[in-house]
Design a protein around this ligand. Structure first.
Ligand code: KDG
Ligand code: MG
Length: 402
């Protein structure tokens, strides 16, 4: 069997997605997600101009060899554009291998380690009362874990607090919108939010919070300590992880678990954090960290260091990524949690799939391969539309992480 064709499909059914579809000379097809929020066309070009010509005629069964060929062969390693492109190829080849074998991909990864994939949803509101209403909605839907984000008094807009509560869209404008940030106001408010949520929902609901890289290590240490009475499952991205030894300071001061990694692309981005056990959950995902092959490598390395998975699963990761993530989540020994933000009906129509939510769990498809596809005719009805993530500034105008 040989790869006969590979198509890069850019579509915007409510938000932009980039998908690679590989076709073999025997008519077997596989799909991979290549979406990089706000930089979609860079990955589309990397694939079309520099990867697709190298795929034609290759044996689709040689997944590891193709991964190494694209990673080592390019000479220029790592980075979100390169690794999203490699991820798309890798994911599509696992899809093909599963279809050829007649097995869902998780069976080729060692089979089930659990009955379902525990997911967390996003409850957010401008006020604490709104937050409580949203948490209740997720609890009623059966979620066992909920991420809680709240507006900050005195700030007009806070990233993570969305207009549409169920189909949250972070890339909100054709050019980046701007918001104003105050760490002082934030740190003063967050513990009170979690006090109310714990009080209302009791000790058993798993609660999470995303800091979106906005703090310094000592500020994060203070936040973690102030949240200890509310027993969070994790505090996410407390500081930018470029300087990894900064996490030592956080660890010295708080027992609130730490989750990091949605912007990481390789095991090398996380190696110090994992080796020194400075984090508890690694949030790398299929699409941005080199596909199923490389994400499995990261999770195995993490497993040796008491670190569990917590894959990113926002709406800017397509159903193709989610289908692939679930195949891995159900199989690995050190699964922690899977983020799950629901896609809109438009998106689900473009990407037919049969993973499903039940009782707080997502269940991967049992179909051969990944159990997801792209309807190319439907995709063609939604042309690319520029959309960017917002930018944050401090009250004095200094650019700051959102
Ligand atoms: O593209 C960026 C989003 O995926 C990001 O804002 C989502 O932080 C995020 C999360 O944890 O889902
Ligand atoms: Mg996050």
């Amino acid at each position: 069997m040989k790869i006969a064709d590979a198509r890069v499909i850019v579509t915007c059914p409510g938000r932009n997605f980039v998908t690679l579809k590989i076709v073999t000379d025997e008519g077997v097809t596989g799909v991979g997600d290549a979406t990089l929020n706000g930089r979609e066309l860079a990955v589309a070009s990397y694939l079309r101009d520099h990867v697709v010509p190298l795929l034609i005629g290759r044996d689709p069964a040689r997944i590891e060899d193709t991964w190494q060929y694209l990673y080592q062969g390019a000479y220029w390693r790592r980075g979100p554009v390169t690794m999203s492109a490699i991820a798309a190829v890798d994911t599509a080849l696992w899809d093909i291998k599963g279809k050829v074998a007649g097995l869902p991909v998780y069976q080729m990864l060692g089979g089930r380690s659990r009955e379902g994939v525990t997911v967390y949803g996003h409850a957010n509101g401008e006020t604490v009362d709104q937050v409580l209403t949203e948490v209740a909605r997720f609890v009623d839907l059966g979620y066992r874990a909920v991420r809680v984000q709240c507006g900050v008094p005195g700030l007009a807009k806070t990233y993570g607090v969305s207009g549409d509560k169920m189909f949250y869209e972070p890339a909100d404008a054709a050019l980046p919108s701007e918001a104003t940030w105050s760490t002082e106001r934030y740190l003063a408010h967050v513990p009170a939010v979690f006090a109310r949520v714990r009080d209302e929902f009791g000790p058993h609901l798993r609660l999470l919070h995303d800091v979106h890289h906005r703090l310094t290590p000592i500020e994060a240490a203070r936040l973690g300590r102030s949240l200890e009475p509310y027993a969070l499952t994790w505090m996410e991205d407390p500081v930018p992880a470029d300087l990894q030894e900064g996490f030592r300071l956080i660890r010295q001061h708080t027992t609130t678990p730490v989750a990091v990694g949605e912007v990481f692309n390789t095991v090398w981005d996380a190696s110090q954090l994992i080796r020194e056990q400075l984090i508890d959950y690694i949030r790398t995902t299929v699409v941005h960290a080199g596909g199923i092959t490389h994400l499995r490598r990261i999770f195995d390395f993490a497993a040796l260091h008491h670190v569990r998975s917590g894959s990113h699963g926002a709406t800017d990761l397509s159903p193709v990524c989610m289908a692939a993530a679930l195949q891995l989540d159900i199989a690995i020994p050190n699964f922690g949690l899977q983020e799950y933000m629901r896609h809109t009906d438009q998106t689900d129509q473009v990407f037919p799939h049969d993973y499903h939510f039940e009782g707080g769990y997502l269940h991967p498809s049992e179909a051969p391969g990944l159990g997801v596809d792209i309807d190319e005719e439907a995709a063609a009805r939604y042309p690319y539309s520029p959309a960017y993530l917002p930018v944050n500034r401090l009250e004095d105008g200094t650019v700051h992480p959102w």
